[in-house]
Design a protein around this ligand. Structure first.
Ligand code: HEM
Ligand SMILES: *[C@@H]1O[C@H](CO)[C@@H](O)[C@H](O)[C@H]1NC(C)=O
Ligand SMILES: *[C@@H]1O[C@H](CO)[C@@H](O)[C@H](O)[C@H]1NC(C)=O
Length: 507
């Protein structure tokens, strides 16, 4: 016993050990000190921080970024911080925290991402400061005056819905992939608003263009999925080159459209968003306002952002929706029973029916929760230091929401991995609030297309289920609810069958 104490004592006097202890204390203190008053969070390796953990979770368990970060959230609660590549990132993990943080004026900026031939500091969705403010308020005002997402827009959406129903009917009950029908339908709705252009459902050139737009989102996502550091640098050279090419193609497409609009411009009478923007540029020039960000330089980028945000999220949600309907035929049958009772077989569902369709509304809410197409939302970056729940968020800190963790939080949702619309209904079958749903984010950069998106989802989803029964293809592989991607969560390829519910001439 005595000799043991002596041994320890001797060792403690050993200079090497003393130095080692001193160094590790200093390092620990340094790390501790650097954390300052940040939200709590997991330790990480020097410089790399949590990145090896995220990669390991992926390699070992196939966990996607949002899933791995949700695990961390399980330990730390509504807000935590981690480091990656020497930078601090803050993650918001409940609906309340997103509202609290994103309503702050210090939280309005986007992180600067540099990707060759993508001007990410311009346009509406990736800009910051005054440029963002001007693009955003102009875009909101103009979409509103064009009627987007308002009752006057109903007939146009319904018209496009009828064309996609006919496209689906042309498969005559044989297995088909709903990807392009959904993509083309939704892109036609935004494309008509933006440039008065729509495409046919068999337009292969346009399909290739839509694939490219989706690929851009995917590549941007794999580069910035944790949106914390210039991860874009670590993309394989080949992907970077493709991303640059796609950026050029996308921008040229918009510039071509702008040129056409310039030729026939009637500034007092804008037929679409592009006309309205060109008219505003002219008005600014005439009034001598030269400093404005409503400019020829920003126009193609604002168009790109509205076009891709307006296409991908809604069509992806609907693609998930059809998958859930074939996976949960009892939910599909209940929606159809409600549609039959309220709408009947002789006409199509309308906005005015919505209030009388609580189960259908609950199903669309559950669809938004279950699909969570933007699992990590969009990153914001702080412009100045500010206080959040007693923690200090330093200036230039990226802050991301984990929408997926919020939508699948077992403390909020009973059996979150089950598709169950009834969680949004009271016992008397009326609709409960949807406070826990944060698909569109919150605060000063909340999605500007949310009214349009809700209207499209309601009209398209009800049109689809009113006319068809959707079924899984016999003997096809089991459906996978995980899909791929953390920036945009997209279902893997699946086929389904659609059969008419009402006799010819009756519908
Ligand atoms: C289900 C459909 C949709 C979902 C889930 C969705 C989700 C989101 C999210 C999470 C953001 C980021 C907000 C933030 O930074 O805090 C956003 C921004 C945006 N969304 Fe949507 N969106 C949808 C549909 C649309 C549609 C139809 C449009 C077309 C007008 C649109 C246009 C935009 C734009 C322009 C922004 C950027 C706003 C800004 O940076 O100030 N979105 N959306
Ligand atoms: C990127 O843009 C520049 C300038 O517009 C152009 O010359 C170049 O070809 C583009 N790169 C790619 C890969 O498209
Ligand atoms: C939906 O929109 C958000 C914000 O613009 C974006 O981050 C996300 O990738 C989009 N998701 C899909 C499925 O396109």
């Amino acid at each position: 016993m005595e000799s043991t104490i002596e041994y320890v004592y001797e060792q403690m006097l050993n200079r090497n050990v003393v130095v080692l202890i001193a160094v590790s204390l200093a390092v620990t203190y340094g790390l501790w000190n650097r954390r300052g008053n940040l939200p709590p969070g997991p330790w990480g390796l020097p410089y790399f921080g949590l990145v090896p953990y995220l990669l390991l979770m992926d390699w070992l368990y196939g966990l996607q970024r949002h899933e791995a970060l949700a695990r961390v959230a399980g330990r730390y609660g509504k807000v935590f911080s981690f480091t990656a590549f020497g930078r601090v990132v803050v993650v918001l993990n409940d609906a309340e925290a997103i509202k609290e943080a994103y309503q702050r004026r210090e939280m309005n900026d986007r992180p600067r991402m540099k990707v060759k031939n993508h001007s990410l500091g311009k346009g509406v969705a990736f800009a910051s400061g005054d440029c963002w403010k001007e693009q955003r308020s102009f875009s909101i005002r103009t979409l509103e005056s064009l009627g987007a997402g308002r009752p006057v827009h109903e007939e146009k959406i319904a018209q496009e819905a009828r064309t996609v129903l006919d496209e689906i009917a042309s498969h005559e009950g044989k297995p088909f992939d709903p990807k392009f029908p959904m993509l083309i339908c939704v892109s036609n709705i935004i494309s008509t608003l933006l440039f008065s252009i729509r495409h046919e459902y068999d337009d292969d050139k346009y399909k290739a263009f839509l694939d490219m737009i989706a690929e851009i989102t995917h590549l941007m996502g794999t580069s910035g999925a944790i949106q914390s550091a210039p991860l874009i640098k670590h993309l394989p050279l080949d992907s970077k080159k493709r991303l640059a090419e796609f950026g050029t193609t996308e921008c040229r497409y918009m510039i071509g459209i702008i040129k056409e609009h310039r030729k026939n411009l009637d500034p007092g009478n804008p037929k679409d968003f592009t006309d309205a923007y060109l008219g505003e540029i002219l008005a600014k020039v005439q009034s001598g306002e030269t400093e404005s960000h409503i400019s020829t330089e920003n126009l193609p980028h604002t168009l790109i952002h509205l076009y891709s945000a307006g296409t991908e999220n809604v069509s992806t949600t609907l693609r998930w929706g059809l998958m859930y309907m074939i996976a949960y035929p009892e939910v599909q049958a209940r929606v159809q029973e409600e549609l039959d009772r309220v709408v009947g077989p002789n006409r199509m569902p309308q906005l005015s029916d919505e209030a009388a369709l609580p189960y259908t509304q609950a199903t669309i809410l559950e669809l938004q929760r279950f699909s969570t197409v933007a699992p990590l939302g969009a990153a914001h970056v702080s412009t100045d230091e500010f206080n959040l729940y007693g923690y200090t968020i330093p200036a230039r800190t990226p802050v991301i929401p984990n929408t997926w963790a919020i939508h699948y939080d077992p403390k909020v949702w009973k059996e979150p991995a089950k598709f169950n619309p009834e969680r949004f209904l009271t016992e008397s079958n009326s609709l409960k609030g949807a406070d826990g749903i944060v698909s569109f984010s919150a605060g000063n950069r909340i999605c500007i297309g949310r009214h349009l998106a809700r209207m499209e989802m309601y009209l398209l989803f009800t049109h689809l289920l009113h006319r068809f029964n959707f079924r899984k293809v016999d003997g096809s592989p089991p459906l996978d609810f995980r899909g791929h991607g953390s920036f945009a969560r997209v279902p893997d390829l699946y086929l389904l069958r659609a059969t008419e519910r009402h006799q010819e001439g009756e519908s």
